[in-house]
Design a binder for this molecule. Structure first.
Ligand SMILES: [Zn+2]
Length: 235
């Protein structure tokens, strides 16, 4: 759990700002692509009778697996050469070790730090207990917040650096769906500081404000309310 002592901060990378590139992922023909029109706002809400920590644990674990899977689809393109730093738009993230020492790393290294640290946590019975009667630790919520922050960095990196490849694989519908579900989840439980997610506000605005279709009553989501995993079932 050492990584939690460290922190990761986004900072402008000091270079002169690159000319604002056209963000492919904001093109309407792509943002409208989803694999389901399910009403995620309802899906993320804590169901009655379910313990809050259980809900956070099961959703966080599910998001970890899906984001890991989504990243794996483009990981062969995310190399130390193509992504020398963990960049999202014009911001660069650094990994900090347990002593607070800044670690210079490439994007694939950063993602590897994130994924292996989260993997360790979600399989740690003391942090994410699965056995009956075992309590969640006091630090549980703050750990979930950290995990979500790092998972957000990974999602944002896929959009900002690997959207073209995602498009070529025709997986942008999955990515948009996963992103929308994830953002609505972290918002519902205030898991990530809005300042942290500002960098993707343009996309969030488009995807999350049009998510679901409750206003026109044409939603057909009731047949698909079984759980948090359902949104990426089609593969
Ligand atoms: Zn990359």
């Amino acid at each position: 759990m050492d990584w939690l002592m460290g922190k990761s901060k986004g900072k402008p990378n000091g270079k002169k700002p690159a000319p604002e590139e056209k963000k492919l992922y904001l093109e309407p023909e792509y943002t409208k692509s989803r694999i389901t029109d399910f009403e995620f706002k309802e899906l993320v809400m804590l169901p009655r009778e379910i313990d809050l920590n259980e809900w956070l644990a099961s959703n966080t674990t599910t998001f970890f697996h899906h984001i890991n899977l989504q990243y794996s689809t483009i990981s062969e393109f995310c190399t130390g050469e193509s992504c020398q730093t963990m960049a999202v738009c014009n911001t660069q993230y650094y990994w900090y070790d347990e002593r607070g020492k800044k670690i210079k790393c490439t994007a694939p290294q950063y993602v590897d730090f994130v994924m292996s640290s989260v993997q360790k946590l979600v399989t740690d019975e003391d942090v994410f207990p699965t056995k009956y009667g075992k309590e969640f630790p006091n630090s549980f919520e703050s750990l979930v917040k950290k995990i979500c922050k790092y998972l957000f960095h990974v999602l944002a990196h896929i959009y900002s650096s690997h959207f073209k490849e995602t498009l070529a694989l025709e997986l942008h519908g999955h990515l948009n769906t996963l992103y929308t579900h994830f953002i609505l989840f972290i918002r519902e439980f205030n898991l990530v500081d809005p300042k942290e997610t500002t960098i993707m506000d343009d996309l969030t605005e488009v995807l999350c404000s049009s998510s679901g279709s409750s206003s026109n009553g044409s939603g057909n989501g009731s047949s698909n309310s079984a759980g948090a995993q359902n949104h990426v079932k089609e593969r």
